[in-house]
Ligand binder design. Structure first.
Ligand code: C2O
Ligand code: CU
Length: 478
């Protein structure tokens, strides 16, 4: 299914950039427009914004839904910065419940990581907190709460943070940030409760019935046939996997969680698990009058998750009558050093789901759920090889806060193309090896399954990096 495009020298990218031009018709992506935050700081190196968590009525598929929102919209506003900028976020909680903001994938200092009891106090109703950090790495990131995460994300609290590198050389002008998610609500627009289905709901991972792209159900975009578009996609659903198909037309993956990857890879079906991001070039082909659907296909992430689901249209592409364009092959590369596992400390992480006890299920890491776990340990600058063994019958998108890792194969070689990840799917009954170097930022950092119901169900832990005191985090839910 996957075939590799030839690697081309970096100079090819500049050539591509020089010829970049827009092919999309005016208003081509109006249906998918994300609200953007207003930067109130005149300094070009500082982006300073306001973010308010509050209840708001939003329209989904023509129905009014009483959602939990950032700044009143679903999803939250797109925050746009350039790599190296300082981002200051004046956050206010106008919800009735406590919350925080976690900056998924961003190498923040621990004080800005948004985990209650570990990195900051909860932001209670009516309170404020200022997040202030430098965005060190280009890429698409996202933000969401870390208090009752499964419920709060499911209710609508998530948004994208785009860190652009104007010199990335991708050279495709027509760009889209796509926040994929889902939401569940009843006929009155009341949200599906975060604990629906009890323990079984937790184990399955709750999916909302309405699949959304940028907060809308089946939005349409317009395109000139064959013209290249760059889509930066984040899966912000709390449990749903997006297994994307464009009627078999290829996706050229140029990057993932931590920005561009070593070289492009072409695939005709694209898996994006909760928390992950992909940066792809597509050049959809078709005729005026015959729309092309981007579909979410069925993916078996555990028994039942195929049988009870349907294929969903995520968005549709309508073609103009213009003559088709033949897009040039994508050649963008990134010079990443192949990492070596030499000297890496091996760390075992075994994920299990023991049989139910007293009608309750809990996920465990090395034999204990989060509330009984002791932190893992790492020194500043230490390289570790996390051997994540999934012994359960469910896939788990494994996420580490604050640091990128690289995936290593069973022979100890880095998986190509090289890419920086912070979330990776560990399919059921398989083992993934993740090489991470804990850099100069001390703190107690979380790791967990990004099926947020699984995280709530015990599949979480922390790693103490550097000489820091553990928080003794045994109470509370994240
Ligand atoms: Cu995106 Cu701890 O999470
Ligand atoms: Cu999981």
């Amino acid at each position: 299914m996957k075939n590799f495009l030839p690697v081309l020298a970096l100079c090819a990218c500049f050539a591509a950039e020089a010829t970049a031009q827009s092919f999309a018709p005016a208003g081509w992506a109006d249906d998918l427009k994300l609200a953007e935050t207003a930067d109130r700081n005149p300094d070009p190196k500082i982006v300073e914004i306001d973010l308010v968590a509050k209840l708001a009525d939003v329209t989904v598929d023509g129905k009014t839904v009483h959602a939990w929102t950032y700044n009143g919209g679903l999803p939250g506003p797109l925050i746009k910065t350039r790599v190296g900028d300082r981002l200051i976020v004046h956050f206010k909680n106008e919800l009735d419940e406590p919350t925080t903001v976690h900056w998924h994938g961003v190498r923040v200092p621990i004080e800005m990581d948004g985990v209650p009891e570990i990195s900051q106090p909860e932001v209670k109703k009516g309170e404020s907190f200022t997040y202030d950090f430098v965005v060190r790495d280009a890429g698409l990131y996202w933000y969401h709460p870390h208090v009752m995460s499964a419920a709060q994300v499911g209710f609508g609290l998530y948004g994208a943070l785009l860190v652009e590198d104007p010199a990335d050389g991708v050279g495709v002008d027509d760009q889209l940030t796509l926040v994929l998610s889902d939401i569940g609500f009843d006929a009155k627009g009341k949200l599906e409760p975060g604990d629906s289905g009890g323990s079984a709901g937790m184990v399955f991972g709750r999916e909302g019935d309405y699949v959304l792209a940028n907060g809308r159900r089946r939005p349409a975009l317009r395109a000139r046939p064959g013209a290249p578009q760059r889509w930066r996609i984040v899966n912000a659903a709390k449990s749903r996997f997006f297994y994307l198909d464009l009627d078999g037309q290829p996706f050229t993956v140029i990057g993932t969680d931590g920005g561009l990857q070593e070289k492009p890879v072409t695939t005709d079906i694209l898996l994006v698990t909760p928390g992950e991001r992909v940066d792809v070039i597509v050049s959809p082909k078709g005729k005026a009058g015959t729309p092309l659907a981007l579909r979410a296909m069925l993916y078996n992430r555990g028994y039942g998750s195929v049988e009870y689901r349907a294929v969903e249209d995520v968005l549709t592409i309508e073609f103009t009558k213009e003559a088709p364009i033949t897009a040039k092959p994508v050649t963008i590369t990134r010079a990443l050093e192949p990492p070596s596992t030499e000297g890496a400390t091996p760390v075992d992480v075994v994920l299990t789901l023991p049989p139910m006890k007293d009608n309750k299920s809990e996920f465990q890491v090395n034999g204990v759920p989060f509330w009984k776990a002791k932190p893992y340990l790492a020194k500043l600058g230490e390289k570790q090889l996390w051997i994540v063994k999934n012994d359960s019958d469910w896939d788990h998108p494994f996420h580490l806060h604050g640091f990128f890792f690289q995936v290593i194969d069973e022979k100890g070689r880095p998986v190509r193309p090289l890419a920086l990840k912070d979330t990776v799917n560990v399919p059921m009954k398989t083992t993934m090896r993740l090489l991470v170097t804990f850099d100069e930022r001390p703190g107690e950092w979380m790791f967990h399954c990004h099926i947020l119901d699984h995280a709530d169900g015990g599949l979480m832990g922390t790693v103490l990096v550097g000489d820091v005191t553990p928080s003794g985090h045994v109470h509370g839910k994240r």
